[in-house]
Design a protein around this ligand. Structure first.
Ligand code: B1M
Length: 215
C-alpha cells in the first residue's frame, strides 16, 4: 500500500503500531504540516463521516483520535518555527460541554510556532475560567474552539457574558470549530457583540487573524 494511503488507514483504523516509522518515511518527502493537512486531516474527516453515517462506533472514533494526536505530537518538533517571539498572548480553550481538542491543539501548535504565547486551558472550559485566565495572563486575545452544534450556542452565551461584564472591548475573540460557519460568527454573533469577534476556518486562518489583530 502506498505510504500516504497507509497513513490514512492508520488514522481511520486507529492503528498506532508502526506509526512513527511511516511518519519518518513521509518526512523524507513532505513537510510535517503538509502531512497533517494533506493526509491526516482528510483521514479524520473520513472518521467523522463514518461515525455520522453510523458506520463507526464511538470507541473506534476515540482510537482514531488517539492515533491522530500521537501523529501530530510526533510531527510537532519537525514543524517550521518562526524566530520571532512575543507577538502576543492568547488564551485558548474548548468551550463548556465539549471535549474535542485536536483542532484546538493544532491552533496552539501553529500559533506557538509562530511567535505567540498560548495559554491552552484544555477542554470543557466555562467562560468564567477563560476570562480569569485572560486576566491573569494579561492576554491580548481569547480563542474558543468547539465542534458540537450546541457549542455554537455556548459561544453565543459566552460572548453575551463577556459583554455583560463590560469586557467586550478588552479582548478580540477568535472562534473556530467544525460546527461554526463564517456567516454565523461574522454576521450573527458579530452583530450582537460590541467588540471584535472573528471566525477562523483553520489553524492557519487563526494565525493570519492573530497577525492582523495584533499588528
Ligand atoms: Co465527536 N463529534 N463526539 N468525538 N467527533 C463530531 C464533532 C461530529 C460532527 C461527528 C459526526 O456526527 N459526524 C459530532 C457532532 C455533531 C453535532 O454536534 N451535531 C460528534 C459527536 C456527536 C460526538 C459525541 C456527542 C458522541 C457521543 O458521545 N455520542 C461526543 C461528544 C462529547 C462532548 O464533547 N461532550 C463525541 C466524542 C468524540 C471523541 C471523544 C470520540 C473524539 C474527540 C477526541 C478529541 O478531540 N480528543 C471525537 C471526534 C474525533 C470527532 C470527529 C470524528 C473528528 C474531530 C476532529 O478532531 N477533527 C468529529 C467529526 C468532524 O469534525 N467532522 C466529531 C480534526 C480536527 C483537526 O478538526 O477540530 O474541526 P477541527 O479543527 C479544525 C478547524 O475546525 C479549526 O482548525 C482545525 C484545522 O486546522 N479550528 C479552529 C478548530 N478550533 C479552532 C479554534 C480557532 C481557530 C480554528 O481559534 C480559536
Amino acid at each position: 500500500m502506498p505510504l500516504a494511503e497507509r497513513l490514512h488507514r492508520r488514522i481511520v483504523d486507529g492503528e498506532r503500531n508502526g506509526l512513527e516509522a511511516d511518519l519518518d518515511e513521509a518526512l523524507t518527502t513532505r513537510r510535517a504540516l503538509d502531512i497533517i493537512n494533506e493526509i491526516l486531516l482528510p483521514a479524520m474527516k473520513e472518521v467523522g463521516d463514518l461515525f455520522g453515517r453510523g458506520d463507526m462506533q464511538l470507541p473506534f472514533v476515540l482510537q482514531s483520535a488517539e492515533v491522530m494526536k500521537a501523529a501530530v505530537a510526533y510531527l510537532e518538533p519537525h514543524m517550521e518555527k518562526s524566530n520571532r517571539s512575543g507577538k502576543g498572548t492568547i488564551v485558548l480553550a474548548t468551550v463548556k460541554g465539549d471535549v474535542h481538542d485536536i483542532g484546538k491543539n493544532l491552533v496552539d501548535i501553529i500559533l506557538s510556532n509562530n511567535g505567540y504565547r498560548v495559554v491552552n486551558l484544555g477542554i470543557k472550559q466555562p467562560i468564567t475560567a477563560i476570562l480569569e485566565a485572560a486576566e491573569r495572563h494579561d492576554a491580548d486575545a481569547i480563542g474558543m474552539s468547539g465542534l458540537l452544534v450546541k457549542s455554537t450556542v455556548v459561544m453565543r452565551e459566552n460572548l453575551q457574558e463577556i459583554s455583560s461584564r463590560g469586557l467586550a472591548k478588552r479582548w478580540p475573540v477568535l472562534l473556530g470549530g467544525a460546527a461554526l460557519t463564517r456567516a454565523y460568527v461574522e454576521d450573527d454573533l458579530a452583530s450582537e457583540f460590541d467588540g471584535t469577534v472573528r471566525y477562523a476556518k483553520d489553524a492557519f486562518e487563526g494565525l493570519r487573524l492573530m497577525d492582523t489583530l495584533m499588528a
